[in-house]
Design a protein around this ligand. Sequence first.
Ligand code: WTA
Length: 660
Amino acid sequence: MTQSPGQGQALDNLLTESRTFPPSDEFAAQANAKPELYEEAKADREAFWAKQAERLHWDTKWTQVLDWSNAPFAKWFVGGKLNVAYNCVDRHVESGHGDQVAIHWEGEPGDSRAITYGELQREVSKAANALASLGIGAEDRVAIYMPMVPEAIFAMLACARLGAMHSVVFGGFSAEALRTRIEDSSCKLVITTDGQYRRGNPAPLKPAVDEAVAGAPSVEKVLVVKRTNTEVAWTDKDVWWHELVDAQSDQHTPEAFDSEHPLFILYTSGTTGKPKGILHTSGGYLTQASYTHHNVFDLKPDTDVYWCTADIGWVTGHSYIVYGPLSNRVTQVVYEGTPNTPHEGRHWEIVQKYGVSIYYTAPTLIRTFMKWGADIPAKYDLSSLRVLGSVGEPINPEAWIWYRENVGGGKTPIVDTWWQTETGAIMISPLPGVVSTKPGSAQRPLPGIGAKVVNDEGVEVPHGGGGYLVLDEPWPSMLRGIWGDEERYRDTYWSRFAEQGFYFAGDGAKYDDDGDIWLLGRVDDVMNVSGHRISTTEVESALVSHPTVAEAAVVGASDATTGQGIVAFVILRGGAGSDAGGAEAIKALRDHVAKEIGPIAKPRQIMVVPELPKTRSGKIMRRLLRDVAENRAVGDVTTLADSSVMDLISAGLQSGKSED
Ligand code: WTA
């Protein structure tokens, strides 16, 4: 792999000077997206989206593109009917592509499986028949708590086929996190596996389901895929996937559902403790997932091999492993394991093995690859790669350049894609072949999308100015609400700029002199750790639920690898023993958080402090704690109820024993 000479120097300049990388003529000539797309969308937004919806098969055509009369509850493609799973599977078989590989599945231990569209149709049909036999029908909720095995995708599509809603819960979440999510949307069925491979070893998964289901009376059955052959306890609710699903007919006739029929719920962290069940529906969601996947990744279904490294437990796995790619007849790689099992070149070995041409990952992983060293990707043939993508958090220019040089051979366009669980699909990204890319910038709203950077008053800031990112037009894949909580939906997203009718994304952003958008991270109390949203409140509640903790405040501090790291400040209970601040006790607290929420929420650092900085109204001033966590001079303390508190905290820290 070639390294550009003087790279170090170029990197330093990047922070002050904007470099751009225009697309090559060859790339531009063959690109799916053309510059006219922007013009077309601007001329008539609704006609533009109607044209994009024609990418799908509709059993009944819509009569109205958008109904926004009941804002902020949108209806897209009103009156239309479609089956989402039919669009992702059956129609490709019917058009003669039954033998095309849909999924090259690569297991962590090295087993693999190629699944054609014909086979996918049979597997999804069998799974749909099995779910129906368990009494699952339209609008029932099904929790999916699984590692990255093919059955997880079959299960999602089987739900879609039946009009049932899936609620995928990341397999790294704890039993308690699973239970609260099952309970919030009263799931009738849980689909899981006996165990999962993690860093080369089988780890049990079903015990967490058993624990969750014991406290979730809505669950009638648990469907269990055998993956690791781990011995599992068995209850009368449990059914083996291979016994039930394999015995079903592989024929199933999909029913067409309304365009606004619910498709899934996905829980995400908010600023208060309880996770929000983000609701997505069918026609608009699939239209935008399909349109963005086609144009942003430049997918050519006959020749590309696409790989999105996300887990299906996050929205990226929903929109860019399952719905967008499969609706576009992708051939894709799905990998079960971690990137360093059994060695740090595993991803590049897979790219080489399958000739991956489009690779979509997160900045945290790119920074990890940087740490492992450029000599690792250099050992593999990565010449098949032609488009690289990034998602989940701002990508720093240094990582962007490293990615392009060491993975993209110094030539591939990189699409930095900004979006959220709530937006359902990509909103801001350069279009490869059209836009000259800039390291670190997501650049501009896609054709058909309205986004702006505004000040406190909701007025757009000039070029060069910074403020809040808002979305000023409804979009097809927008969330249709928060499950069971209409008020919270209005409060969270639509109240900050209610007068203007803007959706507030919770992100800070700025325009550069060309008017391109640069994301600046969250402005609320949501941390972004390795591209995953975790609320400060959730971690605080977990800490306070431990008997030794009286009070806790949590902040996200900059972290060179994970974007942000979780730093917790805790006040111990008076009665807690003298050992309560010792290394053992700190470890116990970290483990407690892992048990309550999941290992991803484990604080990187826990500091025992005598007091927390609070305003007169009792609000914790996280800004000051962030200064401490990032070893900066502490900022303005004038609004503190007791301004000596920060001195106390700093003094306490200098006396040591804070980090484990
Ligand atoms: C952040 C993930 C900068 C942002 C798809 C957003 C980004 C949150 C980018 C949503 C990006 C995502 N540049 N920041 N390209 N992509 N974010 O719901 O703060 O897990 O609000 O969706 O991630 O995270 P979520």
